[in-house]
Design a protein around this ligand. Structure first.
Ligand SMILES: NC(=O)c1ccc[n+]([C@@H]2O[C@H](COP(=O)([O-])OP(=O)(O)OC[C@H]3O[C@@H](n4cnc5c(N)ncnc54)[C@H](OP(=O)(O)O)[C@@H]3O)[C@@H](O)[C@H]2O)c1
Length: 244
């Protein structure tokens, strides 16, 4: 077993750092004293995240779906990780949207690419380069194990993330721990209807939608706990206990 209980600072790379959950993790882990590198396409949103953070973040703007930009991002992540030592990768990349039978094939492909293919390729690329004691943390979805109708490409991708967490946890043990959080409903879009909070809260056993900070503390728990690997941890107020 690797002794990767990280009470001491570890370098953290967050792929998809500017969404509500990625940015909550960046702020929380930076405040805990970890050096954090934040990857996303929009430099403007990365700079807005830096403005909310008490300490310096390493901001890496680029599109992981573009081969040239991906190579440049890899070089800059390599620079951040030098001279080595255990590191943590968070795969908070995401895109949300419906995909209907007979609908737009390109849109369905894009959902699978962002939610599954890119996190998987990045994990497969970085795992052999990481020191023992390093960790991977994926972002699944509370409904991955029992999705309802609709959102086919998204649901397929998130089920793939849960499977990837379990396969990688076995192939990378004992040196590297691999876990995932499975968030429930953590935030509403600014465009949500005025009654959205009430309607969604009614579908959660704990009678409230979550807060992005709940995901940050769950991620910290997975990072710090030395005896967890292959766990897909629901953080959802009980939302996944019944079918949707
Ligand atoms: N929020 C929730 O309630 C919830 C619930 C269940 C599961 N989740 C999952 O949790 C994870 C984080 O959620 P979130 O709400 O924070 O996600 P989000 O708002 O969709 O943010 C996605 C992040 O990925 C970046 N990104 C997307 N495509 C990229 C690309 N090609 N190259 C580089 N960066 C890219 C985005 O920045 P740019 O657009 O600037 O690139 C952003 O930083 C996602 O996997 C999501 O599916 C979220």
């Amino acid at each position: 077993m690797s002794s990767s209980s990280s009470d001491s600072p570890m370098k953290i790379v967050i792929l998809g750092a500017t969404g509500p959950l990625g940015s909550a993790c960046a702020l929380h882990l930076a405040a805990a004293g970890h050096p954090v590198a934040c990857v996303a396409r929009s430099r403007e949103r990365l700079e807005a995240l830096q403005a909310r953070c008490g300490g310096p973040l390493t901001l890496l703007a680029g599109d992981l779906s573009d081969p040239g930009q991906r190579g440049r991002l890899h070089d800059r992540i390599d620079d951040f990780l030098r001279p080595g030592g255990p590191a943590v990768f968070l795969f908070a990349l995401g895109a949300h949207g419906d995909s209907t039978p007979g609908g737009d094939e390109a849109a369905a492909r894009a959902l699978v690419e962002t939610n599954l293919t890119l996190p998987m390729l990045e994990a497969l690329r970085w795992a052999p380069r990481l020191s023992p004691g390093s960790q991977l943390v994926f972002f699944a979805d509370a409904t991955a194990a029992a999705p309802g109708p609709g959102y086919h490409a998204y649901a397929a991708a998130k089920a793939g993330i849960a499977a990837l967490t379990k396969t990688l946890a076995q192939s990378l043990a004992p040196g590297i721990r691999v876990n995932a959080v499975a968030p429930g409903i953590m935030n509403l879009k600014p465009t949500a209807r005025p009654d959205a909070m009430e309607r969604w809260s009614a579908r959660v056993p704990l009678a409230a939608i979550g807060e992005p900070a709940f995901i940050a503390t769950a991620v910290e728990f997975l990072i710090r706990h030395p005896y967890l690997t292959g766990v897909v941890l629901p953080v959802d107020g009980g939302y996944s206990l019944h079918r949707h």
